[in-house]
Design a protein around this ligand. Structure first.
Ligand code: ADP
Length: 564
């Protein structure tokens, strides 16, 4: 052999592909060393056997008959995928190239087949494909359960919102009647009945608080929690809450200790909401601590100029894996009673809403809250610490409609000197438009000693009375059947004879979108059910005073004109 031929022969032996040469009938005349290794046969074992025995037909396009026909009859090169059988009977998948070698007379003499083993790539590709299909299945399942979760969450939120509104209406009657009995009928009822009514009143207050919590959770979940920010003192608010809770703490001999940085700047936030935050945290600290312990409260300014509030108790503690979950709505650890000792009984939690509201309020102020604890172990009181970080003034979007609040505040600030003394002879007329006879009855009972009450149980009737009698104040139920309360309000505002009469809505709703609806229709205020007798009386008096204020200003204007 020439030197060049030797080199070529060596290359052919060792190229990565398996090279097999056959006669045109398929009898093997040559196999290279790579084929030996790949197929597990010795060269001699394959000499003069048919290539057909090596090819395992999976598809027609990979059969020897097909390969041969493409090369010899169609006179083309073959390119396809074939399966080869190894000596141990296992198969490998190969991409295969085949072509014909012709003699000097252009007659086909030999067929050369070059196989590249792609078994591993194929296996990986198939596995990937399988994984892809699985992933797609998991994905679609996730998508479905995600949609389901979203739907369930929406239904839950809607349920919460409807349930709380529906509960507020009957609560209005319970609260209204019990207050009337407590405030005005002490000497008319038996002492034991009076005590029972006081219990009913307290139970109604508790129910009211639960309903309000449910509404708050709904607002937070729907991102509708709006704030009324003002410059306020966190330390003063904390002290107020400590004071309010002191009788509960004293009963259990739990001491509040506090340490506030000097010269704490004022915080721009919602005072009522921060009061709610502190009350929840402090009362939890009492609730989950044994008697004779201390609750410590720190308010400092950290190096990044943020408020840092810490509430630390010596109570039952919280397990590490619960530290996050306790901020979820309705989440209770549920093992509180296990920590009971002979001297202290833990009765379990409340509704599991408190901390979720606290987190919602803090985050709405642009702050963060977290809990720390060494854990909860029976027989030990490892304590918990709740940390809050709050920016001095957050750059978050505050209430989009602060003007409404300003408007409300202006009403509340109407100076006392313009109050007109309501004497028995000149009682102002208040028109109540409501289809709920009980709400009318309670309102009547609260206001009758001071005002003349006229009632209407429909919008049409209410409008008729308003135009005919021009009352000093009109109170309208927001949800009247037939004619919506806002429509009545707009009609009253559009007419010369009624446009200046103060109007207030009754509503079970305290959501801002409803408030906005009330104000947008021209109302001056709204009274939230269940009624608080004192608050209603105060609001009604103030609203009527606005009418006098307007009339006084009008008079002043007229006088000035006269002088000029
Ligand atoms: P609840 O009305 O049940 O107190 P919260 O949302 O306020 O609802 O608290 C959720 C749960 O977190 C409680 O049920 C209680 O298990 C746990 N928890 C809250 N505060 C403390 C605390 N200071 N020490 C130990 N556990 C607490």
């Amino acid at each position: 052999m020439e030197k060049d031929d030797l080199v070529l022969a060596r290359i052919l032996e060792h190229i990565p592909g398996s090279v097999i040469v056959t006669t045109t009938d398929g009898y093997i005349t040559y196999i290279n060393a790579s084929s030996e290794a790949r197929l597990g046969f010795e060269k001699d074992e394959l000499a003069h056997t048919s290539i057909e025995d090596l090819i395992f037909e999976v598809e027609k396009e990979g059969s020897w008959e097909f390969i041969r026909s493409v090369i010899l009859h169609d006179n083309k090169n073959y390119k396809g995928e074939t399966h080869l059988v190894r000596k141990d009977k296992s198969t490998i998948v190969c991409t295969t190239n085949g072509f014909c070698v012709r003699n000097d007379n252009n007659q086909p003499e030999e067929i050369v087949l070059v196989f590249y083993d792609i078994t591993e790539e194929k296996r990986i590709a198939e596995e990937l494909e399988k994984k892809n299909v699985e992933m797609a299945k998991i994905n679609s399942e996730l998508l479905r359960s995600n949609q389901e979760l979203k739907r369930v969450s929406e239904v839950k939120t809607k349920f919460l919102s409807i349930a709380s509104h529906e509960l507020k209406t009957p609560l209005t009657s319970i609260k209204g009647y019990s207050e009337i009995i407590i405030d005005n009928m002490r000497d008319k009822v038996d002492a034991s009945i009076y005590t029972m009514v006081q219990s009913i009143d307290r139970a109604a207050d508790r129910l009211h608080a639960v309903i309000n919590n449910m509404l708050d959770v709904t607002r937070i979940e729907q991102k509708r929690l709006r704030l009324k920010p003002e410059d306020m003192s966190l330390t003063e608010t904390a002290l107020e809450c400590i004071e309010e809770l002191s009788q509960f703490a004293t009963r259990r001999n739990i001491i509040f200790k506090y340490d506030f940085d000097r010269n704490i700047p004022s915080f721009y936030g919602d005072r009522m909401r921060m009061h709610q935050v502190f009350t929840n945290l402090f009362s939890n600290a009492i609730k989950y601590s044994p008697d004779n312990t201390t609750v410590e409260i720190f308010i400092t300014i950290d190096e990044e100029e943020r408020f840092h509030v810490i509430v630390a108790d010596q109570g039952i503690g919280i397990d590490r894996d619960e530290l996050e979950k306790i901020f979820d709505p309705f989440y209770e650890i549920g093992s509180t009673s296990l920590h009971s000792t002979d001297s202290t009984k833990f009765m379990g939690g409340g509704t599991g809403l408190g901390l979720s509201i606290v987190r919602g309020v803090i985050e709405r102020h642009g702050g963060v809250i977290w809990a720390e604890s060494e854990g909860a172990r029976k027989g030990e009181f490892l304590g918990s610490q709740f940390h809050i970080l709050l920016p001095v003034r957050s750059r978050i979007q505050w209430d989009d409609d602060e003007t409404q609040i300003i408007k409300l505040n202006r009403i509340m600030e109407t100076p006392a000197k313009v109050y007109k003394k309501m004497s028995d002879e000149v009682k102002e007329m208040v028109l109540i438009i409501d289809d709920d006879p009980e709400a009318i009855e309670i309102t009547r009972m609260i206001l009758q000693p001071y005002f003349t009450i006229v009632t209407a149980d429909s919008g049409e009737e209410g409008l008729r009375i308003a135009f005919a009698q021009k009352p000093s104040l009109i109170m309208i139920d927001l949800y009247l059947p037939g004619m919506d309360g806002c429509l009545i309000c707009r009609i009253l505002r559009s007419q010369e004879e009624t446009k200046d009469i103060p109007i207030s809505f009754f509503t079970a709703a305290t959501q801002n979108d409803e408030m906005e609806r009330c104000y947008a229709s021209g109302a001056d205020d709204f009274i939230v059910k269940p009624f608080n007798g004192k608050e209603m009386l105060e609001k009604v008096t103030r609203l009527i005073s606005i009418k006098y204020e307007k009339e006084r200003l009008w008079e002043e204007k007229k006088q000035k004109k006269k002088i000029l």
